[in-house]
Design a protein around this ligand. Structure first.
Ligand code: ADP
Ligand code: MG
Length: 761
């Protein structure tokens, strides 16, 4: 359990050029708390506020002055909380301050620059990065996005309802279980398996929030938004699950209505515009008081949802956002006062661990059995019946496992049944006797002399080398067959071509050229190399010689591959994959465009609202309550763009799944091709061997080897093959090119044999 008070930070928003110079000073102390001093200008202190004090001092964990950037704020405030959440504790970060003081800027961020990203996107990035690196646990992450306006909760991520008006969204309600745990009914938890998905959900939620808002309900300043990251983790094989939540809260504007005509205690007596913030203050006052047993959490939805974050099982951090210019001094002081009270609240965070009930049952069953056994031993109740056949078999198995276990601490546990214990002793004795006898027998057997061993080793080596020789000869023969077949094929093709178009000599020439090219060993080898590098993840080939594929094997594989039915599938898939990649790239670009458009529209709406708010000061209040047609138009536009964005994002997600699937399919095909080839290769080798043993059967075309799974049938195989002889004659085809290949191959074989010390045998 970790006990600590809520950490409270302050952030001062940059002052505009037209705003007056600062009326505050910051004293950031690296070792202790920092302090913020707000000085009341004399004219204010004397007149408007009837208060004698001129300066107010407040303590904070740290104060981020105007020039502090988002990354610094994230590093000092959010990173430690995110770490705790990753470790299994609950965390909350909430921003409190008047409208326009920078709450949304701090929590979510500004839309314009990437560097303006706020705490939510930075935390998502940080968390997913950490999860990816930790392979020791299995993690699941979900996000939810709740907006509370006028005591009603709305799900900003509800996939079934397109947000048009806030009031049209399904309402989220609070439920309390018997243990007084809060549950939110109708709030959807969306799984986000990576940063991209989570950011997309945040973006959609923010867009929904803006669309749902009307100028009349002023939802942005009067609603609370809670973005929650839910993480659960489990070690493989363990029954314990850790669950933690991180609430990132953008509270409603804390501005208060001054009671006009009342002097003196103006700052403390001013009323919140937002009632739920009033209840939040009540909760905080109650928590800060000693000996208060009742905390009025239930008075508002927001305090109910954040109950754990305030004085409960949570590591909580508050950011007081301040916009300290002359006009906002009262608001700034009341924000700081609120922060000082919050800083007194103590939280107790505990690790949220749960046990998997299934494992619990197994453990309890074991315990019951042990207790039963113990009871039987204590009561001395003897069971008269003999052990059943099944029990005896079970015991034999147990004894066997026990004896085979090398762990010196292993035990043989048969419970407290004396019949079983006795049986075990007898059985172990029997086994001991038996093993003694077999040991003696072994000792009396012949021990071979050193000379014998050497001789045996030499013989073994000889056999191995002979086998290798045989293998290579088989390779040559298979290759000769294949080359003959290829040659026949090209001749057939040429013949057909000649018959069809006797005219074009140039065409023929080019075809011949192509054929030569495709038959040249360097071309085949290059392709074979390409392919073998593309299948580098496959299991190693059995015919590799000292880490290198033999030449014949490679070439045979290349030819086999070319004729294999699956090769077409692989090529098709390759094409499709290329297409999909191009499509995904195009879609990604479009998606970015739409996202930028939406961001632009958001900016325009914000601008429009600021303009109208300024206008409202000088014009009658009815103006403010009429719908602004320009904003309406912008909102409709944004709604359209959002729909477009969603469709495109879903399509992109689909494409990603499809390409992954295609890639898997291709890998499968490649593995299959490889396996088929190996089967075929070994069959060829066997066939050749039998042919060598019985050369007379060679003349029969029926014995010609057949390619398994090949498109081509064996019709191209020539039947006039020279019977292969492993050591003397070289089988030549009569075709210059093919014969050159064979000669090159045989040379390679000789090289290998020479290396082995066998010479040109
Ligand atoms: P709130 O959510 O508290 O009403 P916002 O976050 O919307 O306030 O901030 C109001 C305006 O001030 C926005 O245009 C925002 O971009 C800008 N702003 C707030 N804080 C900062 C800051 N630290 N740096 C730059 N701009 C800021
Ligand atoms: Mg805001």
């Amino acid at each position: 359990m970790v006990k600590e008070t809520i950490r409270v930070y302050a952030r001062v928003k940059p002052l505009g050029r037209r705003q007056q110079t600062a009326v505050y000073s910051v004293d950031n102390d690296a070792t202790a708390l920092s302090s913020l001093e707000i000085t009341m200008p004399r004219e204010l202190a004397d007149g408007f506020v009837n208060n004698k004090r001129e300066s107010y001092k407040f303590k904070f964990q740290k104060i981020f002055d105007q020039e502090e950037k988002q990354d610094v704020v994230f590093d000092s405030i959010a990173k430690p909380v995110a770490e705790c959440v990753l470790a299994g504790y609950n965390g909350t970060i909430f921003a409190y301050g008047q409208t326009g003081s920078g709450k949304t800027f701090t929590i979510t961020g500004g839309a314009e620059r990437y560097s303006d990203r706020g705490i939510i996107p930075r935390t998502l990035s940080y968390v997913f990065n950490k999860l990816q690196k930790d392979s020791s646990k299995v993690y699941t992450t979900h996000v939810s996005y709740l907006e509370i306006y006028n005591e009603c909760g709305y799900d900003l991520l509800d996939p079934r309802h397109e947000a048009s008006r806030l009031e049209d969204l399904p309402k989220v309600t609070i439920m309390e279980d018997a243990d007084q745990n809060i549950h939110l009914k109708n709030l959807s938890l969306q799984q986000a398996s990576n940063e991209e998905e989570a950011l997309n959900l945040l973006f959609l939620g923010d867009t929904n929030r803006m669309i749902a808002e009307t100028p009349m309900n002023q939802a942005s300043s009067r609603s609370h938004c809670i973005f929650t990251i839910h993480i659960s983790s489990k070690e493989p094989g363990s029954a314990t699950i850790r669950r933690s939540k991180l609430h990132l809260v953008d509270l409603a504007g804390s501005e208060r209505v001054a009671k006009t005509g009342v002097g003196g205690h103006l700052l403390t007596e001013a009323k919140y515009i937002n009632l739920s913030l009033h209840y939040l203050e009540q909760v905080i006052i109650a928590l800060a008081e000693k000996n208060r047993s009742h905390i009025p959490y239930r008075n508002s939805m927001m305090t109910s949802v954040l109950r754990d974050s305030l004085g409960g099982n949570c590591m909580t951090t508050m950011i007081a956002t301040l916009s300290i210019d002359k006009r906002n001094i009262e608001e700034s002081i009341s924000t700081c006062r609120f922060a000082q009270r919050v800083a007194l609240i103590k939280n107790e965070a505990v690790l949220n661990e749960e046990i998997d009930p299934r494992l619990m049952i197994v453990q309890l069953q074991k315990e019951i059995q042990e207790l039963k056994d113990e009871l039987a031993l204590v009561t001395g109740k003897q069971r008269t019946s003999e052990l059943s056949q099944e029990e005896l078999l079970q015991l034999d198995e147990l004894i066997e496992t026990y004896l085979e276990d090398n762990d010196p601490d292993s035990t043989l546990d048969v419970g407290a049944d004396t019949r079983k214990i006795k049986y075990c002793f007898i059985r172990v004795k029997q086994l001991m006797k038996h093993s003694n006898m077999s040991d003696k027998q072994l000792l009396s057997q012949h021990i071979p002399e050193e000379k014998d061993i050497n001789k045996e080793a030499a013989e073994e080596e000889l056999i191995k080398l002979k086998e290798l020789l045989q293998q290579r000869d088989n390779e040559i023969n298979i290759l000769v067959n294949m080359l003959k077949k290829e040659r026949k094929k090209s001749q057939d093709a040429l013949f057909q071509l000649n018959a069809a178009s006797a005219g074009s000599a140039a065409l023929e020439q080019s075809l011949l050229l192509n054929l030569e090219e495709s038959q040249s060993p360097s071309c085949c080898l290059q392709e074979a190399k390409d392919f073998s590098s593309s299948v580098c993840s496959l299991p190693s080939l059995p015919r590799q010689t000292e880490g290198k594929m033999s030449l014949g094997y490679q070439e045979a594989f290349e030819l086999f591959k070319r004729n294999h039915a699956d090769n077409i599938t692989i090529d098709d898939n390759k094409q499709l994959l290329k297409q999909r990649f191009a499509e995904a790239k195009c879609l990604g670009e479009k998606l970015n465009e739409v996202r930028n458009k939406i961001n632009h529209l958001k900016g325009e709406i914000t601008q429009r609202r600021i303009q109208r708010a300024a206008l409202a000061i000088s014009s009658p209040p009815e103006e403010l309550n009429t719908l602004d047609p320009v904003e309406e138009k912008l909102r409709t536009q944004m709604e359209e763009e959002k729909k477009c964005y969603k469709t495109m994002f879903d399509r992109l997600k689909g494409l990603k799944i499809e390409t992954e699937h295609l890639q898997l399919l291709m890998d499968k095909c490649k593995t299959k091709l490889q396996k088929d080839f190996e089967v075929w290769w070994s069959q060829e080798a066997v066939n050749l061997q039998t042919q060598q043993e019985k050369p007379e059967t060679l003349s029969s075309p029926n014995t010609a080897p057949v390619y398994p799974q090949l498109i081509e049938s064996s019709q191209h195989l020539s039947t006039d093959r020279t019977p292969p002889n492993s050591s003397t004659s070289i089988p030549l085809t009569g075709d210059n090119q093919a014969d050159a290949d064979i000669l090159a191959f045989i040379k390679a074989r000789q090289n290998i044999l020479q290396k082995k010390g066998l010479g040109n045998k």
